[in-house]
Design a protein around this ligand. Sequence first.
Ligand code: NAD
Ligand code: FES
Length: 267
Amino acid sequence: MNKIIEKKQLNATNILFRVEAPEIAKKARAGQFIILRIREKGERIPLTIADWDKDSITLVFQPVGKTTNELAELKVNDKILDLMGPLGTPSHIEKFGTVVMIGGGLGIAPCYPIAKAMKQAGNKVICIFGARNKELFFWQDKFKKVSDEIILCTDDGSLGIKGFTTDGLKQLMQKGKIDRIVAIGPTIMMKFITLTAGDIPVVVSLNPIMVDGMGMCGGCRVLIDGEVKFACVDGPEFIGQKVDWDSLLNRVKTYEEEEHKCKINLQ
Ligand code: NAD
Ligand code: FES
């Protein structure tokens, strides 16, 4: 059982939980995730570790279905049944030169530990964040401490560049050399960032349907360079230029009908 020690509504759609988890916090590295359950026979939710300190880890999520809505009901001092992790291969951190971190919506949160580690490794870190409108950005002060520049893009033009993160990237590519891109957000965004980047290596964090998170169920399989890989153990990070985006986009849509029914039942 893991106690929730802080709960914050970051904006209209995203919630932050800081959860007591000293064993996970001790081992956590940038890019890793946990799987949580709130009930014995309940759904397993994979969430990237967005930050940690000595005794706790920070999780940021969006209530979108039955379990994430139940999770959102929990309060400070309530306990999560179990957290499994840290899972997945940590991010590849080294001094690349100029690293561009791209976060779309909720995907902004998991960019934080990677940006921090890239900065500590001596890189110039530029962040491009995208959201539907200006109210949906969060953690700008936190990111200022670990990056050299932040470029904001909004779908509705209420702040920064009017357009998607791909528009921010196109403008930045005209200004100077980029050595590496890390993109986290909607699958479609990660696909189009990869297409926009040309031959600049793009690291994407994939979150297809996960079940056991331990490489045994095959639920999270993705095609990388024509080979089957499991996002939970071989990833979650892969080089975008090697991902078979069409098969991944089909897989993430597998339960679209059930998800739609689930959302209707929640209304
Ligand atoms: P959203 O749909 O509001 O999109 C956020 C931003 O992503 C947009 O403002 C835009 O800048 C960019 N974007 C969206 N579609 C794009 C496209 N076709 N081309 C270029 N850029 C595009 O996002 P949301 O509702 O906050 O949802 C966040 C998504 O991020 C969810 O799908 C979630 O699964 C995913 N996510 C992934 C990870 C991960 O580890 N891969 C972690 C957290 C969240
Ligand atoms: Fe089961 Fe990855 S979640 S193999």
